[in-house]
Ligand binder design. Structure first.
Ligand code: 4NP
Length: 155
């Protein structure tokens, strides 16, 4: 599987999602590609937000080597699934989709945990207390993703 996690800045939410799912895939010896990107441009080239790095570290993950990049149209060709965090990311990514095949790859990540409820992962950038909640939501969603696709073997 090739999975891309997408948020706005690619410094808070999607780096955590990338780190969590990458770790799970490694644990299961799956040859997956897990990456992340942002729809915005402000933080390109920067490491994740210190609060996300700390939160990941608390749970034994090192995401400090990640660098933010912007989502690009060719990501539709390189990834099987594109998980977005909220409705705004969803709209921004869907706007770039060129076909029904592209559109079918895009999904709100929490729909894996709460099917069809269209819940969103809140942007924690302006809320220091939000990071733990975001981590827990993403960990639970990534567990569902692993249950769904992990059994398919080394795709
Ligand atoms: P993220 O959080 O989308 O989870 O990476 C944000 C990071 C930065 C900004 C907004 C959201 N910003 O406005 O700079």
């Amino acid at each position: 599987m090739k999975i891309l996690m997408v948020c706005l800045g690619n410094i808070c939410r999607s780096p955590l999602a990338e780190g969590i799912l990458q770790h799970k895939a490694k644990e299961k010896n799956l040859d997956w590609t897990v990456d992340s990107a942002g729809t915005g441009t402000w933080h390109i080239g920067l490491p994740p937000d210190e609060r996300s790095i700390e939160r990941a570290r608390k749970y034994g993950l090192d995401i400090s080597e990640q660098r933010a990049r912007q989502f690009k149209v060719t990501d539709f060709d390189h990834f099987d699934k594109i998980y977005v965090m909220d409705a705004s990311n969803y709209q921004n990514v869907m706007r770039l989709a060129r076909s029904e095949t592209d559109r079918a790859k895009v999904e709100l990540i929490l729909n894996e945990l709460y099917p069809r409820q269209n819940r969103t992962v809140p942007d924690p950038y302006w809320n220091d207390d939000g990071f733990e909640q975001v981590y827990q939501m993403l960990a639970a969603a990534c567990e569902c993703i692993m249950e769904k696709y992990g059994a398919e073997g080394k795709l």
